[in-house]
Unconditional design. Structure first.
Length: 118
């Protein structure tokens, strides 16, 4: 059974940093492109960042380029999102999953709430 467990969110001030983690199990993590997404209530889920299986390739949505860094540890089946210089518009629930531009997603986890105050 696939499990995706996100953690690390919180309430922070504008300009702060957070590191999100997503612990996974139940599938071949090291063989999959992984991604972070975010969702604001009433809006569609956005693809925030993507990382290739061996970390040789990453890409980001324009609004987070230069501020967010996606990484992974294939020995721990975990993907991370380092978020620096947070802005109020980064407020959302953040989720991890496989890169949905390449394959269908697994069942979504509960996500982790990030709230950035101005």
């Amino acid at each position: 059974q696939v499990q995706l467990v996100e953690s690390g969110g919180g309430l922070v001030q504008s300009g702060s940093s957070l590191r999100l983690s997503c612990a996974t199990s139940g599938f071949s993590f090291a063989e999959n492109w992984m991604a972070w997404f975010r969702r604001v209530p009433g809006s569609q889920r956005e693809l925030v960042a993507v990382i290739s299986p061996r970390s040789e390739s990453t890409r980001y949505m324009d609004s987070v380029k230069g501020r967010f860094t996606i990484s992974r540890d294939n020995t721990k089946n975990t993907v991370y999102l380092r978020m620096n210089s947070l802005k109020p518009e980064d407020t959302a629930v953040y989720y991890c999953n496989v890169d949905t531009t390449k394959t269908a997603p697994f069942f979504w986890g509960q996500g982790t709430q990030v709230t950035v105050s101005s």
